[in-house]
Design a protein around this ligand. Structure first.
Ligand SMILES: [Zn+2]
Length: 333
């Protein structure tokens, strides 16, 4: 594999040799490099054999973090950076002896820290002639399976996390609106901050709706003063006052009315999707068509879009009930 696909060592190494195959680059992309949360890296750990592949300081092979994170001061003065484990010691009659070297004499407290490090290292023994391998933490047998990776990515071990998604897909609105909500939940909308993180050059990262803050999803949809006006108009429409969470999933979860049952709330949550949909459209209009920022227009279009999506009479009646009859302040989002 090393010779065929380039100087491979770790899927999360951000630098990969130019000779690496397309196939290999795709796998690396799917595994999410460090800037994308390194999800893959979080679920594997090295099982060190002879220490030929694992980097002593930089890789995670003892405990939950790499030694450079656990002992940052020692790492700074280490002379063994970027070396694999087998280069940081030697065998003496079948006993492994660590050769830690330093760029300068250690201060007293650094010596104490080194002792701690040695104590930790001595709990681990290297095995001559055995290769270093990966272990998939999520399976008892340590073997990777697509199913467990999929579950990890979906976060399905946590039912709470899935609840919003299930609700989202069960709202009776156009699939396009659901898709936008889904992308927002996963923070996958191409806001300026997201684009900049992907290396796309922009004039600035500012939110075009207020020009006062960076444009990330939390800001654009929930804390921007223009968006806040829209949410406040929605509150006034149904006669409640509510706390507006800036996290999309939290905001969505709290967007329900206590006096409605689950089915009726699902219809009401269509309004949430209509608002975020119109905010996104409006933002695109401001950026690409130089339109004026107009929260009232966003709200009016969201109302219209909600009514359009409620094709049958029943749901319309429910919304009419919320708006015209129940103005009770006991409602909360
Ligand atoms: Zn803004």
């Amino acid at each position: 594999m090393d010779s065929k696909y380039g100087s491979w060592r770790n899927l999360n190494d951000p630098i990969i040799s130019r000779s690496a195959s397309r196939w290999w680059l795709d796998i690396q992309k799917a595994c999410g490099i460090v800037t994308q949360g390194a999800w893959f890296d979080n679920f594997i750990e090295w099982v060190v054999g002879g220490g030929k592949k694992v980097k002593f300081w930089e890789d995670k092979w003892i405990g939950e973090e790499s030694l450079c994170c656990k002992f940052p001061r020692l790492y700074l003065i280490s002379d063994c950076k970027e070396r694999v484990i087998e280069e940081v010691g030697h065998w003496e009659e079948n006993v492994w002896v660590w050769d830690l070297t330093w760029r300068r004499l250690r201060l007293v407290w650094e010596v104490a820290m080194e002792e701690q490090l040695i104590l930790l290292l001595n709990r681990h023994s290297l095995k001559i002639g055995i290769s270093d391998t990966w272990k998939w933490k999520d399976n008892d047998n340590g073997v990777f399976s697509v199913k467990s990776a999929y579950n990890k990515l979906q976060g399905s071990s946590n039912e709470e996390e899935n609840k919003e998604f299930k609700t989202l897909w069960s709202i009776r609105v156009a699939p396009k609106a659901q898709l936008l909500g889904w992308r927002l939940f996963l923070d996958k909308l191409p806001t300026k901050v997201k684009l900049a993180a992907r290396g796309i050059q922009l004039q600035n990262n500012l939110c075009e709706m207020c020009l006062a803050s960076e444009e990330n999803a939390e800001h654009l949809f929930f804390s921007c003063r223009a968006s806040q006006k829209v949410w406040n108009m929605c509150d006034r429409w149904i006669g409640v006052s509510s706390v507006h969470h800036v996290n999309a999933r939290d905001n969505f979860q709290h967007f329900h009315l206590v006096n409605l049952n689950r089915r009726q709330n699902k219809i009401w949550q269509g309004m949430w999707l209509a608002i975020v949909g119109e905010i996104w459209k409006h933002r695109n209009g401001v950026i690409f068509k130089h339109r004026k920022v107009d929260p009232e227009e966003i709200f009016a279009l969201a109302q219209a879009s909600l009514y359009r999506s409620l094709l049958t009479k029943g749901p319309r009646q429910i919304i009419n009930t919320i708006v015209h009859v129940d103005q009770s302040p006991s409602c909360q989002k």
